[in-house]
Design a protein around this ligand. Structure first.
Ligand code: ARG
Length: 432
């Protein structure tokens, strides 16, 4: 039998439409474990404050522990008729601990319960996310080691720019993920598991009886900053993974052909038998939109809410749960894909023949000979344009032709510059 946590004031039964419309059990059952942990902490407080005898406290704790274990071993079945998980668990406790369970809600409100349980859930999920991000960093590191000396064309505006080490390219994503981990760490450290807020005004229990008494009870029950922060961090992770996905999608095309994604991480077409599609990467790219949407949904829901708790806040859960789950599965699937990724060295070698990749090195060459950078830039710009317009390679030009652009351009010297290794080695500004 499903009991409400309120009802004394009402002379009519709740309209079934209202029951359906207001309930959150269909998703907040995910908070079961954390709600029980909050209740166990609350039992300790009630005992210290003298609201529960040692025997009563033991009885409630024992009942709660049984529920806890059922959640952990997967046998806990949420009651679809309950209003929410907090109601559901108190009802179960009534069956297990009888009348004593009626005392559990002393000096307590669901407003605090839901905030406390959600915070605990977030701390645990952040931990999982942190581990998943570390696993992806490890996979990227391994790939970097495997292709240690490999040089690839670097792009800006998706146009050939300058040669770079593959390990530096992969390292850029490692840096992003490290920042993601730091961001999550700051957020987790900032989540305070406070108690004693009651519904909004505090409780008759001395602050000293609580492990972390609320500094401000109104804020404590109505703060959802941590959710906005997490959704923002997850949006940024989604953005990073979407960028990586996009790079890999482009690189795996026939036109680029510089990487091969493992068969196990691609899908096919029902009509075209030749297709090997990067659907996993496309979904990672697509889900970034969902992650951003969840952030915007919670920020918009919170905007303009008067203090303290309002039922609107119940709507923070689905976006929060979904974003955590998406972030985790994206990190995991990307880790598998990166661990099996292969670079196509031959195709990369062909691409590195493009002379335009070394144009900047020619500018530095002239600068070293005393030409002002801007002038050197113009000279090489003209040289490149001449080479493109007349379909002649710079390396094929003799000293007489080169001198038309600058008498400082000496063929036997510049010819050495069209070398990816010389190009990357000449960049000394990077702290490795
Ligand atoms: N399920 C609700 C939520 O997630 C619990 C809080 C209800 N509190 C109230 N005062 N009606 O927000």
């Amino acid at each position: 039998m499903t009991e409400k946590l309120w009802g004394g004031r009402f002379s009519k039964k709740t309209n079934p439409l209202v029951e359906e419309f207001t309930k959150s059990i269909q998703y907040d059952h995910k908070l079961a474990k954390y709600d029980v942990l909050g209740s166990l902490a609350h039992v300790k407080v009630l005992k210290k404050a003298g609201y529960l005898s040692a025997k009563e406290a033991a009885k409630l704790s024992a009942g709660l522990s049984v529920i806890y274990r059922s959640v952990e071993n997967g046998s806990f079945k949420p009651d679809p008729a309950a209003e929410d998980i907090h109601t559901n668990i108190e009802n179960i406790l009534m069956q297990k601990a009888g009348e004593t369970a009626l005392k559990l809600h002393t000096a307590r409100s669901r407003n605090e319960q839901v905030a406390y349980a959600t915070k605990l859930y977030c701390k645990e999920k952040i931990n999982e996310l942190d581990k998943a991000a570390s696993a992806l960093i490890t996979a990227l590191n391994k790939l970097s080691v495997k292709y240690k000396g490999l040089i690839i064309p670097g792009f800006t505006h998706l146009q050939h720019a300058q040669p770079v080490y593959a390990k530096d390219y992969l390292g850029a994503y490692i840096e992003m993920l490290k920042r993601d981990k730091n961001r999550l760490g700051f957020i987790a450290a900032n989540i305070k598991l406070t108690m004693g807020a009651g519904a909004l005004a505090g409780t008759p229990i001395q602050a000293s009886k609580y492990e972390h008494a609320a500094v401000n009870s109104l804020d404590s029950v109505s703060d959802r900053d941590f959710i906005a922060e997490i959704l923002s961090a997850l949006s940024i992770i989604g953005m990073h993974l979407s960028r990586l996905a996009e790079d890999l999608i482009i690189w795996s095309t026939k036109e680029f052909g510089v990487i091969a994604i493992d068969d196990a991480f691609c899908t096919g077409s029902s009509l075209m038998p030749q297709k090997k599609n990067p659907d996993v990467l496309e979904l990672i790219r697509g889900y970034a939109g969902r992650l951003y949407g969840n952030l915007v949904s919670v920020l918009t829901m919170m905007k303009g809410l008067p203090l303290a708790y309002n039922r609107d806040m119940q709507l923070d859960k689905e976006p929060l749960f979904e974003s955590f789950e998406l972030g985790l599965s994206e990190l995991k699937v990307m880790t598998g894909l990166i661990a099996t990724l292969k670079f196509n060295k031959d195709k990369i070698a062909d691409q590195l023949e493009d002379e335009s990749l070394y144009a900047t090195d020619l500018v530095y060459y002239l600068v070293d000979k005393g030409v002002a950078f801007k002038n050197a830039h113009t000279i090489i710009g003209k040289l490149v344009a001449y080479s493109v317009n007349n379909a002649v390679s710079i390396q094929g030009m003799d000293d007489y032709e080169l001198r038309k652009f600058s008498d400082k351009l000496i063929k036997k010297e510049i010819i050495k510059l069209f070398d990816p290794l010389i190009s990357v080695k000449s960049k000394r500004s990077i702290k490795r």
